[in-house]
Design a protein around this ligand. Structure first.
Ligand code: S3P
Length: 440
């Protein structure tokens, strides 16, 4: 049984210094998937050695790929080629990782073997019809539970998938990526149209491996013609992990933090735009390109934030950062309104409800709405928060402690290890007084 971890946060600290936060989770997943399908050996540096990306790594080992973990984020993948995966001998267990399950369902739909995808309690409640429905239009055979959830039983349809034109009903990089991966095994062209731009790491990395994805406006198209050629990938720091310190250094007086080598792909930088609209002082320094992805150092100093209406077009570009952005809003003067973010209800937890409950516990006046939240800035008090096993909620409330008037205790924090195992070490090094307590 996994250990229960509780965080205790001493209030009123400040953040100072430099940090390089963990590697990007989305890119780490994709480096394993595409490196496995490539011809040749792919060396990855900056790989995120956290539970989610390691679940993907293990799944590919279970399908016969030799993957060496050399420590310190260095991973070597001995690619087996597009048609070289082997049938796993047991269900592929994907832990808490929605990205692993949704992307793998597309990749495995057109293989010459059958397999079963399973996950933990949270992943087993998350909607999978958003991928299985368009995949079945392509000829895939995937069985879900009657509720449309995992486990997914995939009957491989090698040579039988066909391309479709799919207009996505929601802005989701996971759905887009799933269908692109299925399209690599389909007859004809697969074209996906997205209602708003979402992260494009799959498209960029496929192109890096020499596999052509054409991108025009809000459409991405792929065919089965092509193969992947191994190349070396340097994964930048995850802006979704950096976001905790962008907010923390903004809200904690007398803070000054430099976050090194952060990925600033324009499909991920909504958090910087939203914080700047709120009055945050964030400088983008030393901008450069690493392996087809833009990277920079981010310098952030304290500021008095103000409440805003969050522009809806920024929502998909900051989709994972709302838990900590709600903390920024709670510390701001005036009202912050978020709309158009119903996707937050189907993340690792219902992030609208769980954050609204937590903010109310610490004395903030909030109103949860079906697609967002209205937050009145105020003074964060102390209290005991239930993170519902959601890593980003646990870390968001740890950051809230920086400007709280009393200590905050956060329950059910073990899943911080799914995305950011060094969170405690980096946060304490920068100045947050965080102690954790483990029990079996
Ligand atoms: C991800 C896409 C997003 C994001 C998730 C990672 C990806 O999910 O929330 O953490 O790597 O493609 P959706 O596509 O469901 O929005």
């Amino acid at each position: 049984m996994t250990k229960k971890i509780t965080f205790h946060i001493q209030h009123g600290c400040q953040l100072n210094g430099q940090a390089r936060v963990a590697g990007d989770k989305s890119m780490s997943h994709r480096s394993i998937m595409l490196g496995s399908l490539a011809q040749g050996v792919t060396h990855v540096t900056g790989f995120l050695e956290a539970e989610d990306a390691l679940a993907t790594l293990q799944a590919f080992r279970d399908m016969g790929v030799i993957i060496e973990q050399r420590g310190n984020g260095c991973v070597t993948i001995h690619g087996v080629g597009k048609h070289g995966l082997k049938a796993p001998t047991k269900p592929l267990y994907l832990g808490n990782s929605g990205t692993s399950m949704r992307l793998l369902s597309g990749l495995l739909a057109g293989q010459h073997f059958d397999c079963i995808l399973t996950g933990d309690e949270s992943l087993s409640k998350r909607p999978m019809k958003r991928v299985t429905e368009p995949l079945s239009q392509m000829g895939a055979v995937i069985e879900t539970t009657p509720a449309g959830t995992a486990p997914l039983h995939i009957t491989g349809q090698a040579g039988k998938l066909h391309g479709i034109d799919y207009i996505m009903p929601m802005a989701s990089a996971q759905v887009k990526s799933c269908l692109l991966l299925a399209g690599m095994y389909a007859q004809g062209q697969t074209t996906i149209t997205e209602p708003a731009p979402t992260r494009d790491h799959t498209e960029r990395m496929l192109n890096g491996f020499g596999y052509h994805v054409s991108q025009q406006g809000n459409q991405a198209s792929i065919t089965a013609a092509g193969q992947l050629t191994a190349f070396d990938i340097d994964v930048p720091s995850d802006i979704s992990s950096a976001a905790f310190f962008l907010v923390g250094a903004s809200i904690a007086p007398h803070s000054d933090v430099l976050l090194k080598q952060v990925g600033i792909n324009p499909t991920r930088t909504g958090v910087i735009d939203i914080l700047r609209l709120m009055g945050a002082k964030i400088e983008i320094l030393n901008q450069r390109e690493v392996g087809g992805e833009p990277v920079a150092d981010l310098h952030v100093t304290s500021s008095q934030l103000k409440g805003i209406e969050i522009p809806e077009d920024l929502v998909p570009l900051a989709i994972d950062e709302f838990p900590v952005l709600f903390i920024a809003a709670a510390c701001a003067t005036g009202e912050t309104r978020l709309t158009g973010a119903e996707e937050l209800r189907v993340k690792e937890s219902d992030r609208i409800q769980v954050m609204a409950d937590g903010l109310q516990t610490v004395g903030i006046n909030v109103q949860a709405t079906p697609d967002g939240m209205i937050i009145q800035g105020g003074t964060i008090g102390g209290g005991i928060i239930d993170s519902h096993g959601d890593h980003r909620i646990a870390m968001a409330f740890a950051i809230a402690g920086l400007c709280a008037s009393a200590p905050i205790t956060i329950l059910d924090c073990a899943n911080v290890n799914t995305s950011f195992p060094e969170f405690k070490a980096i946060a304490t090094n920068l100045g947050l007084t965080l102690t954790s307590q483990e029990e079996a």
